[in-house]
Design a protein around this ligand. Structure first.
Ligand SMILES: NC(=O)c1ccc[n+]([C@@H]2O[C@H](COP(=O)([O-])OP(=O)(O)OC[C@H]3O[C@@H](n4cnc5c(N)ncnc54)[C@H](O)[C@@H]3O)[C@@H](O)[C@H]2O)c1
Length: 280
């Protein structure tokens, strides 16, 4: 089914909530933005550019995510934001609040992964770029969103002031060969999730993370073009198929709903069993 036909503005579990999704133009971010919009949320789509990556797998990638949402009767705008640039993150949170008067949900999905290599051949520049976007960028947007949440009353319907879902990785849980700095950056995201959740549970703010396994997106497309790597990825994934963006989006949506109101500080692996062990 095309993602175009999946977006809808009919009343849903997140009706009129305001959500920011970073890295919304492609892959999981796009699937998450469309899925939240289907539940009635108003979406600030944030990315480096509004066009989807052309090496991605979406059937309708010629249409920007926010346009797919509005074409289907939903409410969405695009805001350019480089998660490696702190001032653009500050602007993003301010933009969402000035556009829709509040912020209910932040999805920190944008991330940088670089093609596989041994740790010894990684560079200082790679460390700064990966940590800057995945680690520092996530920390800044979380902090700014929490500051905004603290200005808002506890919503009597949702029972919280706001929700954050970070997209970490199975590589932040188990060591994955030739992904050292990326794995360290995602471990930082996962631990930041737990620590911030601990500090702000008393404030009625839920903070969780989803840790995807191998998912077919633009980011992982080089892996999906190499039969030897596909074989390795399947070998490490107990479930008989690899992941699709909607597998992640479904869980993110659940974590944003009122049903998930007593879940906080959790890193939920959505990985076809990747982090459970190596199947026979
Ligand atoms: N694909 C996988 O197998 C996999 C597995 C585990 C975790 N992840 C994580 O999932 C998240 C989404 O990745 P994806 O696989 O959907 O990738 P993707 O390439 O399909 O989409 C990523 C989006 O993020 C945007 N982006 C990249 N850098 C950015 C920046 N500095 N600021 C703002 N936006 C930026 C890109 O433009 C793109 O639209 C990432 O955090 C990634 O690390 C991916």
């Amino acid at each position: 089914m095309s993602t175009t036909s999946q977006a809808s503005s009919k009343a849903g579990r997140l009706q009129d909530r305001v959500a920011i999704v970073t890295g919304s133009s492609s892959g999981m971010g796009r699937a998450i933005a469309l899925a939240l919009a289907r539940e009635g949320a108003r979406i600030v789509c944030a990315d480096l550019k509004e066009e989807a990556a052309q090496h991605g797998f979406e059937e309708d990638k010629h249409i920007p995510t926010h346009t797919v949402i509005t074409n289907n009767g939903g409410t969405s705008v695009f805001k350019k934001c480089d998660m490696g640039k702190p001032e653009e993150i500050y602007e993003l949170i301010d933009f969402a609040v000035s556009t829709y008067s509040k912020l209910d949900i932040l999805i920190n999905n944008a991330g940088l992964w670089l093609p596989l290599r041994d740790f010894a051949v990684e560079t200082d520049d790679m460390w700064d770029r990966i940590m800057g976007i995945n680690g520092k960028g996530t920390a800044i947007s979380m902090r700014q969103a929490i500051k905004q949440f603290l200005t808002q009353p506890v919503d009597p319907v949702s029972g919280c002031r706001g929700r954050i879902v970070n997209i970490s990785s199975s590589a932040g849980i188990v060591a994955v060969a030739r992904e050292a700095t990326y794995g360290a950056s995602k471990a930082a995201v996962s631990m930041l999730t737990r620590n911030a959740a601990l500090d702000h549970a008393k404030d009625y703010i839920n903070i969780n993370a989803v840790c995807p396994g191998v998912v077919r997106t633009a980011l992982s497309s080089t892996n999906f073009q190499d039969p030897a790597i596909i074989k390795e990825m399947k070998k490490g994934t107990p479930w008989p198929r690899l992941g699709e963006p909607k597998d992640i989006a479904n869980v993110v949506v659940f974590l944003c709903t009122d049903e998930a109101g007593w879940i906080t500080g959790q890193n939920i692996a959505v990985d076809g069993g990747f982090t459970v062990g190596i199947p026979l």
